[in-house]
Every structure is written in structure tokens, then in C-alpha cells.
Design a protein around this ligand. Structure first.
Ligand SMILES: NC(=O)c1ccc[n+]([C@@H]2O[C@H](COP(=O)([O-])OP(=O)(O)OC[C@H]3O[C@@H](n4cnc5c(N)ncnc54)[C@H](O)[C@@H]3O)[C@@H](O)[C@H]2O)c1
Length: 332
């Protein structure tokens, strides 16, 4: 297939590009590099040796989307481009609604215009309602508690309404849990601008001496060690989930899948796993809970296993080792 990946230079898009190219598909990357480096496509090409077409463009400029979709003979789109930091979305909700919702609508318009109706959409476990319980299933109650999560929830609704209005669309929504790690080569990885909002990139930068200590937001949750529990999944397993979803997304209609491992790991366990895997020390300090954080979030990944054949392969140790390899390359 010839696949357009919006946000293809970002963390999830770049690893998905590697996986698709390794499977013999063709990839076109569309990105404005607002949260990624322009060197990523060249590094993807080094890993795969495959042909890679890149297009610098913005979801908020419909003419950019029109151009790439009109000219590239695309079979399907994986839509990863968007903003993803919860705290930033609380500070500037309009920026989030504009980029994530207007961006999606612009993309759908351009796809419809050029008769491309096959889409895999990056959603998030943050769409699940706080009153729910782990393991979350795809039919668990939805109701995000922050602007970022609401952009994902609304995007899912837009897609459901679109599919209901025009049954020729094939749409798969992937609700990611906590992707971490990096490609085993260490050539690409999570590379957020500024101070990382996610735990593992933060841990890696503390281990590298770039930041003083990991903040543990609360150790008085009702969990075995008191710290929050999340479902960490290796980024290459998540990338593989996209390829599987794309292959099954040929029939019209809408499908929703959790992509997680179904295993919970606490903050303290993750830090200890990183130290053990990489033989380093990661100082940490316990601070107050963050409003809105849930104690325990992990997936029920049964549906993705049954319908997509999705089975995560990488261990927590590998997630930590690969994140560290990437951190060392980043530092030079
Ligand atoms: N990383 C996670 O933990 C996580 C978890 C759940 C869901 N998601 C979702 O997955 C998607 C990808 O996440 P990621 O971690 O790869 O983020 P990322 O920031 O690394 O990648 C997103 C990419 O989109 C690009 N982009 C942003 N706005 C754009 C625009 N208007 N036009 C063109 N390009 C634009 C950025 O430059 C970046 O390269 C996002 O939609 C995010 O909400 C991520």
C-alpha cells in the first residue's frame, strides 16, 4: 500500500513509517516539524534503506493537504499529527481544538475530495472516563477530563458521524495506552521539545544528567507501592499495531481498538526497571499528586489480539534499554 502518515516525523509516526517500510509498503510523510526534527526522515531511511517521500506541510493549510493527497496516489492515511500535552492543552485549549479538530476536518475534506476513504486514527486511552476501571475495554465509558483528551473524544465522534453518513469510509481508531522506548537501533525515538511531559523520556534525561530528578506525582495512591500504574507498550509493538490495523481496514465501517499490553507497571517499578536495564542511578523525589491523574490505567487488549492478531513482543527491560540507546544518541 501507499500510505500517507501525517505527523510522520513524530514519535509514533516515525516508528510506524519504519514498520510499514520494513513490510514493503510505500510511505509518504506529511509534517510541519512543529514537534519533531527535520533529520528524522533521513534517519528512517538509514534504518530501512527504503524509499521515503516527505512533504513539509501543515494540517491547518488545506492547500498543503490537497496537494499531497492529489499528487501522491495514496491508498490510505494514518493520522498521527496533532498536539498531545495535557498541561499545555489546559493552558491553551483553543490551540489544541484548532490543531487537533480543525486539522482532522481539513484532512477528511481533502481525503474525500480525492476519493481516499481509508483512515487509521491516533486516539488515546485518555478518552476513557475517570469513573471507569482497569482493564479498560473499548466499550468502557468515554468522557475525557482535560482539553487534550476531549479533542480525541470529539475526533472520534466526528469520525463516527462521518462513517454513519457515508458508509464507503473505512476508519480504524487506535486508543494508545503509554508508548515508550525507541527503535532498537537508537536512531529514532521520543524527542519532545523542552522538558518532557511523559515519564520515560524524563527518566532518560535525568539518567543522562540533563535534569536533576524525576518527580513522582504522589506515592499515596491505593496501589502496592503507592505510585500510579500505567500500561507501557514498546513503540515498535505500537507501530506494528498500525500495520495490522491498516491491513484489516479494507472493509467500510468503523472499528476501535485498545493498543496496550494489558499489564500495569508503577512509576517506581518503571524507574527501577530503567536502572536495572541500563546500570545507572535515577534520582527521584515525591511531590504532590497532579489533579486529574488516575491511580491505575491499563488496557484490555483482547479485541486487538483477536481481530488484528496484535500481540506485543517487547519486555519492559527492552523498552528501557532502547530508550537509553536513543537518549545517548540524542546527546551525541
Ligand atoms: N505519545 C503518546 O504517549 C501518545 C499517547 C496517546 C495518543 N497519542 C497521539 O498520537 C499522535 C502522535 O503522537 P506522538 O507521540 O508521535 O507525538 P509527536 O508530537 O512526537 O508527533 C506529532 C507530529 O505531528 C506534527 N504536527 C503537529 N501538528 C501538525 C500540523 N498542524 N501539521 C502537520 N504536522 C503537525 C509534529 O511536528 C510531530 O512531528 C498524537 O495525535 C497524539 O495525541 C500519543
Amino acid at each position: 500500500m501507499r500510505v500517507l502518515i501525517t505527523g510522520g516525523a513524530g514519535y509514533i509516526g516515525s516508528h510506524t513509517a519504519v514498520e510499514l517500510l520494513s513490510e514493503g509498503h510505500e510511505v509518504i510523510i506529511f509534517d510541519n516539524y512543529s514537534n519533531s526534527s527535520t533529520t528524522v526522515p533521513e534517519r528512517i531511511a538509514r534504518i530501512t534503506g527504503g524509499p521515503l517521500t516527505c512533504f513539509r506541510g501543515d494540517l491547518l493549510r488545506p492547500s498543503d493537504l490537497d496537494l499531497v493527497i492529489r499528487d501522491q496516489g495514496i491508498d490510505a492515511v494514518i493520522h498521527c499529527a496533532g498536539f498531545k500535552a495535557v498541561a499545555e492543552s489546559v493552558e491553551d485549549p483553543l490551540m489544541y481544538y484548532r490543531n487537533n479538530l480543525t486539522g482532522l476536518i481539513n484532512l477528511l475534506d481533502a481525503m474525500a475530495e480525492h476519493d481516499v476513504r481509508n483512515l487509521v486514527f491516533s486516539s488515546s486511552a485518555t478518552v476513557y472516563h475517570a469513573s471507569g476501571e482497569s482493564p479498560y475495554q473499548e466499550d468502557s465509558l468515554v468522557g475525557a477530563n482535560n482539553p487534550y483528551g476531549r479533542t480525541k473524544e470529539m475526533s472520534e465522534r466526528v469520525l463516527a458521524d462521518l462513517v454513519a453518513s457515508d458508509p464507503t469510509w473505512a476508519v480504524t481508531i487506535l486508543r494508545y495506552f503509554n508508548p515508550i522506548g525507541a527503535h532498537p537501533s537508537g536512531l529514532i525515538g521520543d524527542d519532545p521539545e523542552g522538558i518532557p511531559a511523559n515519564l520515560l523520556p524524563y527518566v532518560a534525561r535525568v539518567a543522562a544528567g540533563e535534569l536533576p530528578a524525576v518527580q513522582i506525582y504522589g506515592d499515596d495512591y491505593d496501589t502496592p507501592d503507592g505510585t500510579g500504574i500505567r500500561d507501557y507498550i514498546h513503540i515498535m509493538d505500537l507501530a506494528r499495531g498500525h500495520v495490522l490495523a491498516l491491513l484489516e481496514n479494507r472493509e467500510p465501517g468503523m472499528r476501535v481498538y485498545n493498543l496496550g499490553t494489558g499489564r500495569g507497571t508503577s512509576v517506581k517499578e518503571l524507574i527501577a526497571a530503567f536502572e536495572a536495564a541500563n546500570g545507572c542511578v535515577v534520582p527521584s523525589v515525591v511531590t504532590a499528586r497532579r489533579p486529574g491523574d488516575l491511580p491505575v490505567v491499563y488496557a484490555d487488549p483482547t479485541l486487538a489480539r483477536q481481530e488484528l492478531g496484535f500481540t506485543p513482543r517487547y519486555s519492559l527491560e527492552e523498552m528501557c534499554a532502547h530508550a537509553w540507546a536513543w537518549q545517548r544518541l540524542r546527546q551525541g
